[in-house]
Design a protein around this ligand. Structure first.
Ligand SMILES: Nc1ncnc2c1ncn2[C@@H]1O[C@H](COP(=O)(O)OP(=O)(O)OP(=O)(O)O)[C@@H](O)[C@H]1O
Length: 258
C-alpha cells in the first residue's frame, strides 16, 4: 500500500541572524491511507513544526517528505489543515465561509453550493448557511471550519489542536463527529494534541515525541476494541486505561530527563 505520508530522516533547525536552533531531528514516520495518527509530547517538542512540514508550509533542513507518493513541494489541495482557531471571516455568511476552501483551491463549480449544503447537514448545521460566524457557538464555528476543509476533498487532514478552545462537552462531541466523518470518507489524519485521552480515543496510533531536539520517543498502537470504538465510549474500555498509563509512564520519563 502506498503510504499517505512518509517522513524520512526529517531534521529541522530554525535559523535566525544570530543562531540556529535544532527543533526536530531524524524523524522517520509512515502513515498509511485511512489511518488516524496523533502526535503528542511536551511543549516545544516540534509537533507543529512536523505538521507544517507535512503541509508543505515549511521546508525541512534535511530529509524527505512525501504525501501519497509525491514529494511535498509547497501546499497542495490533497492536504487540508485545521487549526485551533476557526479563521472564519465575520463579514461572510456561513455558506460563503464554507465555500472559501474551494475558491482558494480553484475547485468552485456549479455543484459546490449543493455540496456545502450536504456537508453542513452532515455536521448538524442544516439551515445555518445564511447565518454569520458571530451568531454561532465555538463548536458550531469549528464544524463550519471542518466543512470548509472537507469541501476541497483532501485525502489527508492535518489537525493542529482543533478542540483546545472548546468546552469539554463540545470537544467530546466533536471528537466523535470528526472520527465518524473521516472514517466514512476514508481520510487519513494527523492530529496534534496536548490531551492524551483525546489522542488515544481518536487514533489508530499515538506518536510520543521528546524534546531538545524533538525526536520520536515511542509509537504506541491503539489496540482493539479501543481503536474501533467511538472516542467517547472508547474511554470506558479497560484497554484505554492500560494504554493511558503506559504512555503516561513514558511521558514522565521524558519530563524526568529535563
Ligand atoms: N518560527 C520559529 N522560529 C524559531 N524557533 C521556532 C519557530 N517555531 C518554533 N520554534 C521552536 O522550535 C521548537 C519546536 O516548536 P513547535 O512549535 O513545533 O513545538 P510544539 O511541540 O508544537 O509546541 P507546543 O506544544 O507548545 O505548541 C521549539 O523550541 C520552538 O521554540
Amino acid at each position: 500500500m502506498k503510504p499517505a505520508v512518509e517522513l524520512k530522516q526529517i531534521t529541522h533547525a530554525y535559523v535566525s541572524d544570530r543562531e540556529a536552533s535544532l527543533a526536530i531531528e531524524d524523524i522517520n514516520l509512515t502513515v498509511y491511507p485511512g489511518e488516524f495518527v496523533s502526535l503528542i509530547g511536551p511543549s516545544g517538542c516540534g509537533k507543529t513544526t512536523l505538521l507544517s512540514i507535512i503541509a508543505g508550509l515549511l521546508q525541512p533542513s534535511k530529509g524527505t517528505v512525501t504525501v501519497n507518493g509525491h514529494a511535498v513541494e509547497g501546499t497542495s489541495p490533497e492536504v487540508g489543515y485545521m487549526l485551533q482557531q476557526d479563521y472564519l471571516f465575520p463579514w461572510l455568511s456561513i455558506q460563503k465561509n464554507a465555500l472559501l476552501g474551494l475558491e482558494l483551491t480553484g475547485g468552485l463549480n456549479e455543484a459546490s453550493a449543493v455540496l456545502i449544503e450536504e456537508l453542513l447537514k452532515e455536521m448538524d448545521l442544516a439551515g445555518y448557511g445564511s447565518f454569520y460566524p458571530q451568531q454561532l457557538s465555538g463548536g458550531m464555528r469549528q464544524r463550519v471550519a471542518l466543512v470548509r476543509t472537507l469541501a476541497a476533498d483532501p485525502s489527508l487532514l492535518l489537525l493542529d489542536e482543533p478542540f483546545s478552545a472548546l468546552d469539554y462537552q463540545t470537544k467530546l462531541k466533536l471528537e466523535n463527529l470528526i472520527v465518524k466523518t473521516l472514517k466514512e470518507r476514508r481520510k487519513t489524519a494527523v492530529l496534534v494534541t496536548h490531551d492524551l485521552s483525546e489522542a488515544i480515543a481518536m487514533s489508530d496510533r499515538v506518536v510520543l515525541l521528546n524534546r531538545n531536539p524533538g525526536r520520536i520517543h515511542y509509537v504506541f498502537d491503539v489496540t482493539e476494541p479501543v481503536r474501533s470504538t467511538e472516542p467517547f465510549l472508547a474511554r470506558k474500555e479497560p484497554g484505554f486505561n492500560e494504554l493511558f498509563h503506559s504512555i503516561w509512564h513514558e511521558m514522565e520519563k521524558i519530563s524526568g530527563k529535563e
